[in-house]
Design a protein around this ligand. Structure first.
Ligand code: BTN
Length: 251
């Protein structure tokens, strides 16, 4: 059962007209000892951060750009990677419900519609311990504004709503519920796995994976192991892949 009422998680929501990176703002707050539940939203980021040292750029007011501070202090460190799967699951579920488009999760933590990327998630760990959960979701981004040909937006997918407030509240509600359920279960992946698998665009697919040394791995993604690693069956055997070990994954 749930120990805390959903919604009780978010203690403070700051909206900034512009900032370098909401993840940077929340990471600073985490280092200053700000308690769990801070949310920072912005209209525009001048140096948005993506995974693997990439940048994340969106035109002003075209996206939901937000970061949240979580402190899953009582969860064993070995289970923390599941947070990286819980967040995209929450985003995809919220988008499906409020925008009525068939969003899926691409392992580890992209949100796709078809084979185009709707949202990206960047988790950063800060000593304390704390997790900075960054979400960038394209909302009104137009075809000619896309930073990458594989990008899409709620508007481009014909979503029921492109109102950023509606989308943000749906995400915050979904994230609070799923996070609190996970914490109440002491980080048990069983709370995440069934829904994640159901919305997964990766599990069950033939995949081609680029590793940090530039080599490729081909096989079938058969599922996730207890550490949240993607298990890929290849001709040379079974390979569990951690999120940090994958530079590029194509279904
Ligand atoms: C990725 O797909 O590489 C992750 C992109 C994450 C972007 C979001 S936007 C809000 C938050 N602040 C940042 O600087 N990055 C994340």
């Amino acid at each position: 059962g749930r120990l805390v009422k959903p919604g009780a998680l978010w203690t403070r929501i700051d909206v900034l007209p512009e900032t370098a990176s909401t993840n940077a703002v929340v990471a600073d707050a985490a280092r200053d000892g700000v308690p769990e539940g801070l949310v920072v939203l912005t209209e525009y980021q001048s140096s948005g951060r993506g995974r693997l040292g990439r940048t994340w750029t969106t035109p002003p007011r075209s996206a939901v750009l937000m970061s949240a501070l979580l402190r899953p202090a009582d969860i064993p460190a070995a289970r923390w990677p599941w947070l990286g799967l819980l967040v995209p699951l929450a985003v995809a579920s919220a988008v499906r419900r409020v925008a009525e488009i068939p969003a899926q999760v691409k392992w580890p933590n992209d949100v796709l519609v078809g084979d185009r990327k709707l949202a990206g998630i960047l988790l950063e760990r800060v000593d304390g311990p704390a997790a900075v959960v960054g979400i960038g979701l394209n909302v009104t981004l137009r075809e000619d504004e896309r930073p990458h040909p594989a990008a899409t937006s709620l508007a481009l997918e014909g979503a029921l709503t492109t109102d950023r407030h509606t989308v943000v509240s749906a995400i915050l509600r979904e994230l609070a519920t799923r996070y609190q359920d996970w914490v109440a279960a002491a980080g048990d992946p069983a709370v995440i796995l069934p829904d994640y698998s159901e919305l997964s665009a990766t599990i069950g697919q033939a995949v081609r994976v680029e590793l940090p040394d530039g080599t490729f791995l081909e096989g079938t993604a058969t599922g996730l192991d207890t550490d949240g690693r993607l298990v890929v069956d290849t001709p040379s055997g079974r390979r569990p892949l951690a999120a940090g070990d994958v530079t590029h994954l194509r279904a």
